[in-house]
Design a protein around this ligand. Structure first.
Ligand code: PLP
Length: 447
């Protein structure tokens, strides 16, 4: 049993809850100052994809650190930013080749919608300003990105401060009793985008933003067959920019560098963050096609920017992370270990009838708790078992990530997303701790 840190603190985050003090982290493990070991089964918040304290990255950062740690973009170019931009462009689908660095996912999304808006003005279509997104979804916490986020508990207090943006349902085929492997299912959900565009007036719609594989919002929702391609067609038909939010999927976690690579679809703009520098430094990027960027630069420039954009230390870390992913074959490992972990999580459905669904791609995996698997009714509001599962796993030294999107606030899913360096023995540990925690809460859920 761990002792929560009860020291008075001047820090605050979302709640008063205090966690043990972190001492060190290496590979898939983290240790608190009492020496207790944790398996990082969610890579933080799906961030530390290559594991902790990777020597290649630390060495690249040390080398950069003694040269320079900051160069303001109006005064200098920096080599790490140039090299990482070139590397990123070389990995991008569809010829996306202009990279704009930021420090995190919200900043990347904010940058994408502001570039899109300026593109519309530059090409003589200033009436386009609406960005359609999905419910549920998560695109960030700054007010622009939050306006696109489909998650009422996080958005409601700020509604009066934001311009309402149209939302369509995310394709949760598993709740609607539809077969996700059928193309008709993908088209059914994608067509909702076209209906909404027509309803809003196509000439007013600027973009559509989508997480290729859902993150915390939907619990690793994989789109049904045909969905991503049909979405692309619809955007093209109406001259709308397609934005892929690859903040969580970018960087190899799904087994491909970009989540959307599974469907061979390229967006007009994409955003990446979390796994990009894998927690070694705050880093994100918005990458766009020339045809979007050039008109904006021609018409006087992109009116947007952040002080820390292209920070050389963060970019040096990012470059080393991407090289590590490639040279160590981590995407193939994510696919292999992800398939095995998914198989084992699915096996839990035989033991616990309150696990309603197991889903995901590569090592972006989730399972959902329900009151009744037949109806997929969510757990009753206020049932403590949900929070208890996370805590019981934590006590057993396993970190998993949870989000209530249906039950308590709306359904209850848990993301199991260990670093892409995991081996079978780590999966054994994850499953042992998880099963013990599930055994303990089973009684409460059934009661
Ligand atoms: N977009 C997606 C898909 C995310 O998962 C997140 C964070 O969880 C964000 C955007 C926001 O990123 P950040 O928390 O780095 O601002």
């Amino acid at each position: 049993m761990t002792t929560p840190n009860r020291q008075p603190s001047h820090l605050f985050y979302q709640t008063r809850r205090r966690r043990p003090m972190l001492d060190q982290a290496r590979g898939v493990y983290m240790w608190d100052v009492d020496g207790k070991r944790y398996l990082d089964g969610s890579s933080g918040a799906m961030v530390c994809n290559i594991g902790h304290s990777n020597e290649r990255v630390l060495e690249a950062m040390r080398r950069q650190m003694v040269k320079s740690t900051f160069g303001y973009r109006l005064h200098f170019e920096t080599e790490p930013a140039e090299r990482l931009a070139a590397k990123t462009a070389s990995l991008c689908p569809g010829g996306l080749n202009k990279v704009f660095f930021v420090s995190g996912g919200s900043e990347a999304v904010e940058s994408a919608i502001k570039l899109a808006r300026q593109w519309a003005i530059a090409v003589g279509e200033p009436q386009r300003y609406k960005v359609i997104s999905r419910y549920p979804s998560y695109h960030g916490s700054s007010l622009g990105a939050l306006a696109l986020t489909g998650y009422a508990p996080m958005t409601a207090p700020f509604d009066p401060m934001m311009r309402a943006m149209p939302k369509i349902p995310a394709p949760r085929a598993y709740l609607d009793g539809l077969d996700p492997t059928k193309e008709g299912t993908g088209h059914h959900y994608a067509n909702m985008l076209e209906e909404r565009i027509l309803q809003e007036g196509p000439e007013t719609v600027l973009g559509f933003i989508v997480e290729p594989v859902g993150g915390a919002s939907t619990g690793a929702l994989v789109p049904p067959t045909g969905y991503m391609a049909r979405i692309r067609e619809i955007c093209d038909r109406h001259g709308i920019l397609l934005i892929h939010d690859e903040v969580m999927t970018g960087g190899g976690r799904t087994g491909r560098f970009w989540g959307a690579e599974h469907w061979g679809v390229a967006p007009d703009i994409l955003v990446i963050s979390k796994g990009f520098a894998a927690g070694y430094a705050p880093l994100g990027a918005m990458v766009a096609h020339d045809r979007v960027v050039e008109p904006v630069l021609d018409k006087g420039g992109f009116i947007h920017g952040y002080t820390y954009a292209g920070n050389p230390l963060a970019c040096a870390a990012g470059l080393a992370v991407v090289e590590e992913i490639e040279t160590q074959g981590l995407m193939a490992n994510a696919e292999r270990m992800g398939n095995e972990l998914k198989r084992r999580l699915k096996g839990l459905m035989d033991r616990y009838d309150f696990i309603g669904d197991v889903r995901g791609s590569g090592l972006l995996l989730a399972f959902e708790l329900v009151a009744d698997r037949r109806t997929m009714a969510p757990l009753p509001k206020g049932l403590n078992a949900f929070d208890r599962l996370v805590e019981l796993a934590y006590e057993r030294g396993l970190i998993i990530y949870s989000r209530r999107t249906r039950g308590g606030l709306e359904g209850d899913h848990f993301l199991v997303c260990p670093p892409m360096i995991v081996e079978e023995s780590h999966l054994d540990e994850i499953m042992a701790a998880l099963t013990a925690a599930l055994d303990e809460v089973a009684g409460e859920i059934k009661a």
